[in-house]
Write a protein that binds this ligand. Sequence first.
Ligand code: WT7
Length: 641
Amino acid sequence: MVSNRKRSIIMPPQPFVAAAHINDPMVYQQDAVDFWAARAAELSWTTPPKQTLSGEMPNCTWFSGGTLNASYNCLDRHLKTHRKNKAAIIFEGEHGDTRVYTYKDLHREVCRFANVLKQMGANRSEYITIFMPMIPDTVIAMLACARLGVPHNVIFGGFSAQALLERINDAGSKILITCDGAYRKGRIFPVIENVNQALESENTIETVIIVDRIKGEPPLVYGRDHLYRSLRSNVAFDCPPVDVKAEDPLFLLYVSGPDGAPKGVLHSTGGYLTGVGATHKYVFDIEEDDVYWCTADVGWISGHSYGVYGPLLNGATIFMYEGAPDYPDKTRCWKLIENHGITIMYTTPTLIRSFIKWGEEFPQKHDLSSLRLLGSVGEPISSDSWLWFYDVVGKGLCPIVDTWWQTETGMIMLTTLPAVSPMKPGSTGKPFPGTMLEIFDEKGKTVTEGQGVLTITQPWPSMPLGLLHDDGGLYEKTYWKRWKNRTAYYTGDGARIDKDGYIWVGGRIDDVLNISGHRLGISEVENCLTKHEAVAEAACVGIPHDIKGQVLVAFIVLKDGYFATRSLIETLRSLVAEKIGAIAQISEVIFTAELPKTQTGKTVRRLLQAVAEGKDDVGDLSILANPGALDSLRQFLPRSL
Ligand code: WT7
């Protein structure tokens, strides 16, 4: 066996290349605008676009003059082909219950849901909030919104009642689609109870549509709550798709930013679908008989772009799983692959690290020979994890695509093309054809080899329309005004470019954490902690964690008269979990008399970081305005200080 250190470049496996339908390196040579015009032409437009790209960054318009409908592109146009009776979704619930929707079935269900939404007064100037687990009904609800040209606002099902409420009100949603419960780790996850708790506070919701998942009998608020199964039986099976402009919003999706409050990112219809359809086709080399599994929850952008829209645009078969990867035991994922003949698995480094920890014996017990391609997204993957995935899961026969992108980019921006590019374990490869990403130094100069900030320097079709309620130019300021001399998109990620032009993403350089592949703004957690009456000041840092990538450590300064107790720690922990959700778990709380500050009052996070990580090297401390803070942190610091 070759040692891992020597395996720094891996060629795409020959059998894969021979069978691939996208294997021409010339794809990298095409003019970007021509490339995207050709990709847009693969969609069905009711009016073809007049111009591919107009305007200057960041105010570009893609496909102006064009009109189309997203659900028509995902469903109706396949009904005219052999795909009519092809499986669009194969679903397995946590208990092993399965459901299959052909394209025809999915079309009918989407039409019925859309007719229900129409009946409930769905309006194109509003956002419909969807708070649902990983079940086909969630996809149906999203596509039903798209059919009517009403943008959806999917909230990740694991978010707390408070997080849901905040996002509902920010979007001003009047209609909420949810369900009675979900199965998770053998128990019932109380989706509807979270909803009811959220709606106890002041909110904008007028109508709640409750889908049946657990055969529950949820208490209904008269005039507000409706059981979907009753509504569904009274509507027609067909619903004409509403024509929308290319630049009309398809959806809103909230993301945690560095400055606290979650922000609603708006994505377009024409540009987004063009970008997502093409990247899905090229990056996953989609073939007609693929069974494609994106493990990401539909509540995140990965679930939107590569769990729903990308695969359906390409007429692919989506595999969807409701539950936990280790329920009832650690063979579950491998059993799913074997039983459903899954050919492509797109997952996250955090899950791969769990697989590694659980052990090779679990994948080895199952026949994984249906797999032909593997993908990773959400955070940097170490070369060891990469090689484990390649050897143990892919048996050395499946290329791995390590795809870098963001909620804001909407589509994959950095990746290798599986039948074209050599792979370097741990590198995300090069910009996708038709896109341009560069590494900038602090002054905004391009670094041709070395370290810097990952930056997007050319417009891409799924660029965001902007942020919701952005009167003050927050979108431009946050993403486009980082460098004085150049207008380019700031990603917030540090990265290195090597001599071959391959990019190695290091991780966030702003105050955003990446916990299990999910983004969490540090100040969102801090703002929540300082709401507690005992807390005078709070500062959080992320420290490395074997499985989750990063976990939170909170430094707390108490108000006079309050004392550090075990029960206070628990209260603070649950406060954050309640406000944000289970992803925001605080692993350690450290009480200190003062936070280390600079003269201008900025917390010196570097020092807190060193304390949290137990590092000896705390760097230069001469900038501290209150060296006294060191006294209270001293017990955590090396003796030499
Ligand atoms: C941030 C975006 C894109 C869907 C899931 C996350 C990190 C994403 C990679 C990768 C290294 C990655 C970045 C990015 N990230 N993919 N392949 N290698 N880092 O979406 O919540 O918007 O987070 O995830 O830090 O900025 P998101």
